[in-house]
Design a protein around this ligand. Structure first.
Ligand code: 6PG
Length: 461
């Protein structure tokens, strides 16, 4: 009998199965296309047990059964779940490890709980490499299911100096929600790095070699992270035609998690402008034909004088943007946790993002410490250490935003981050006028500064 079942032996499912086998976990697998399954068996040196059907797979597993689905998010998950449910017994556990929308996970978990089956939505981050050698895992679902899964998940997860990168994020859709926000932060982080590249290259005249060296240097300091390290390597990569990055078409694609982060934030009334700007930046980049046409209609402004030390100003601007993007994502998790009663522990979330996942970064230590000191911190920017980081770096972010605007180089994530920061640190915003307008044209009422929690009043404007 095998300890674990895997449905779907595409690259992620196969690598997670191999990772389990390396950790002495017996794995049986089934895949719709037999040749992919056979290839996985060969790659495992025959250790992976191949099932001929879902029914066969279920019969090969210890009870309570633990089955991981690594299949395309959306309709395929419902189809496989409908096929699996009648084959299972009460207490069996099925995990969806894809990037599913958390509302789908909530619906599925509820339906399966009524059949006494455990359904666990689990975020898996780290790509192919992570899946094979240690991903960051973000499971939701019932505490009972997690207890049955924990030893196996801990053995395959990435390990940082704060332990294995897995924790029970919370009930029902909490795991997939945390993964969605992870990806939202990933979008903002990637966009901020792209803007950094644009400013350094187009305004500062940095070559690919200089960019590679700059990012490699930054990776030795507070910006140390997987994405900064990867960026240094990308600028270094050449083929017969020259630098590979220069040949990549500038149209960013997306599978949906960034957009879900933004739509959920809108629905929950949480401001995440840096993440939303990153989603929009991908959308705008896709309008390549329109951009090429508009570029012939509107000229670029003249390049402004490049400040000395552009590299170090840019470093701090990127750092500030990153900090603010994390602050927004974490605030969204807190709000969702309140709305859905998940009781998510942000210190734990920061801890499991420290290794294995795409947004792993040195800065996560600061976040962990912030929520260790104060679990109910209203916003990351108010943690003492983070406040000091922002006081040092925000002046550089201002300089870069002004410089880029003067040069006509778009920096949407950086602008959004600075606006978010400036809005939060402004005690009186101009929305008194907004309220006055609403009352003047629609008699919607307003509250007064001398009685902010009192009744709404109306004036004849
Ligand atoms: C991860 C990644 C992974 C995937 C993204 C890509 O954490 O391992 O986030 O989930 O690379 O889904 O998303 P886009 O196609 O939307 O960029």
């Amino acid at each position: 009998m095998a300890n674990f079942g895997v449905v779907g032996t595409g690259v992620m499912g196969r690598n997670l199965a191999l990772n389990m086998l390396d950790n002495e976990i017996g794995v049986a697998a089934w895949n719709l296309e037999r040749d992919l399954l056979d290839a996985a068996v060969t790659e495992s040196d025959g250790r992976l047990q191949a099932a001929d059907s879902l029914e066969h797979l279920v019969g090969m597993l210890d009870t309570p059964r633990r089955i991981l689905m690594m299949i395309t998010a959306g309709r395929p998950v419902d189809i496989v779940m409908d096929q699996l449910a009648p084959l299972l017994e009460p207490g069996d556990i099925v995990i969806d490890g894809g990037n599913s929308a958390f509302i789908d996970t909530q619906r599925r978990e509820k339906a399966w709980a009524e059949m006494n089956l455990h359904f666990v939505g689990m975020g898996v981050s780290g790509g192919e490499e992570g899946a094979r050698h240690g991903p960051s895992l973000m499971p939701g679902g019932s505490e009972h299911a997690y207890q049955h899964l924990a030893p196996i998940l801990e053995s395959i997860a990435a390990v940082s100096d704060s332990g294995p990168c897995v924790t029970h994020c919370g009930p029902d859709g909490a795991g997939h929600f945390v993964k969605t926000v992870h990806n939202g932060i990933e979008y903002a982080d990637m966009q901020a790095i792209a803007e950094t590249y644009d400013v350094l290259h187009r305004i500062g005249g940095f070559s690919n070699e200089q960019l590679s060296q700059t990012f490699a240097l930054w990776n030795k300091g507070p910006l140390e992270s997987f994405l900064v390290e990867l960026t240094a390597e990308i600028f270094d990569r050449e083929d017969d035609h020259g630098h590979l990055v220069d040949r990549v078409l500038d149209k960013a694609e997306q599978k949906g998690t960034g957009r879900w982060t933004a739509t959920t934030a809108l629905e929950l009334g949480v401001s995440i402008p840096s993440i939303a700007a990153a989603v929009d930046a991908r959308v705008l980049s896709s309008a390549k034909g329109l951009r090429e046409h508009a570029a012939t209609v509107f000229e670029s402004p003249e390049l402004p004088a490049v400040p000395d030390e552009l590299g170090s100003i840019m470093h701090d601007a990127l750092y500030a943007t990153k900090v603010i993007a994390y602050a927004q994502g974490l605030r969204l998790i807190v709000r969702a946790s309140e709305a859905y009663d998940w009781n998510v522990n942000l210190k734990e979330i920061a801890r499991i993002w420290k290794a294995g996942c795409i947004i792993r970064a040195r800065f996560l230590d600061t976040i962990m410490a912030a929520y260790e000191t104060r679990a109910d911190l209203p916003n990351l920017i108010l943690d003492d250490t983070v406040t000091e980081i922002l006081k040092t770096t925000i002046p550089s972010l201002r300089k870069i935003v002004v410089l880029a605007a003067g040069a006509g180089v778009p920096t949407p994530a950086m602008n959004a981050s600075l606006d978010y920061f400036d809005s939060l640190r402004t005690s009186r915003l101009p929305q008194n006028l907004t309220q006055a307008q609403r009352d003047a044209f629609g008699a919607h009422g307003y509250r007064t500064i001398d009685d902010p929690d009192g009744d709404s009043v109306h004036s004849d404007w």
